[in-house]
Design a protein. Structure first.
Length: 274
């Protein structure tokens, strides 16, 4: 499907689409997800998606629900794995990503509950590492992720892979694991928790290695507050300090979808290598 108002170009081998506004970003992302589902169903009879939470993809899920309600899209043969979950947290806590996914998607489409996976915020801490390893084994047993949907934090995180000082080689190998949230992540999560002090400071996250292994990766960014980090991740050097820059290592399978505001820092590159 083509979009007259979309502009697209390649940077460092990654496809960058710039849409007029955040709604167009989300509609485009929903189309890519639907196309990935159809392609996987045609090839293997099942589709495996990696999903994100946060404010950016809400309209993506609303659109997928609309398509389902219109009879155009079924999740009957779709399996999903979410990027992350606070730790510890009950799945029934309205701030959990399990309940976010139930509100926005799982409770509104025909996905089989046992195929909608999130990391479990109730697993006892001594078993967290084994649970994370098991999550990766499930993804592998399902044949890997056909498409991973990502947002980007203001600090450049993907999932809850936070900025760090490790080498690029080490960052690229990061597995699914229990992590401490970065101060910027906690500040941004304050809107969901009432205050920064109330934000649960740890989380389980899919690892960088698991994300990069997906067959295709779609990363969304909307709003002026993302412009600086988008420019750094797309056009700066690869570094563990900006985890989204690690997507450059698998450039041909990455699509960025940005609104005008988030793309502002790319103005010099926009027409560079179309
Ligand atoms: C959410 C996730 C995070 C968000 C990122 C952007 O599952 O993994 O990396 O994608 O923090 O969040 P929003 O969309 O709220 O700006």
């Amino acid at each position: 499907m083509s979009h007259a108002d979309d502009r697209s170009f390649r940077h460092g081998g990654m496809l960058v689409r710039v849409a007029a506004d955040s709604r167009s970003v989300c509609l485009r992302a929903a189309e890519l997800i639907e196309e990935a589902i159809r392609r996987a169903l045609a090839a293997r009879g099942r589709a495996v998606l990696g999903l994100a939470t946060g404010s950016t993809p809400e309209v993506v899920y609303r659109r997928l629900v609309e398509r389902h309600e219109a009879g155009a899209l079924s999740f009957r043969d779709v399996t999903t794995y979410n990027l992350d979950e606070y730790y510890p947290i009950s799945p029934l806590d309205p701030r959990s990503y399990r309940s976010y996914m139930h509100r926005h998607l799982f409770g509104r489409v025909d996905i089989a509950p046992h195929r909608a996976h999130l990391l479990d915020g109730t697993v006892p801490e001594p078993f967290a590492a084994e649970h994370a390893a098991q999550f990766e084994r499930w993804i592998a047993a399902d044949g890997g992720l056909d498409l991973q949907l990502l947002g980007i934090g203001r600090n450049g995180h993907i999932g809850f892979n936070e900025p760090s000082e490790v080498s690029i080689a080490e960052a690229l190998r990061l597995p699914t694991r229990l992590v401490e949230l970065h101060p910027v992540t906690r500040a941004d999560a304050a809107r969901d928790f009432g205050s920064e002090e109330s934000v649960i400071p740890r989380a389980l996250t899919m690892g960088v290695a698991t994300i990069l292994a997906a067959r295709s990766i779609v990363i969304l960014a909307t709003g002026a507050h993302k412009a600086e980090v988008v420019a750094a991740a797309l056009t700066g050097p690869m570094t563990a300090k900006i985890p989204a820059s690690l997507l450059q290592s698998v450039a041909p399978k990455v699509t960025w979808i940005l609104d005008e505001a988030a793309a502002r820092g790319l103005s010099h590159y926009r027409f560079a290598d179309r």
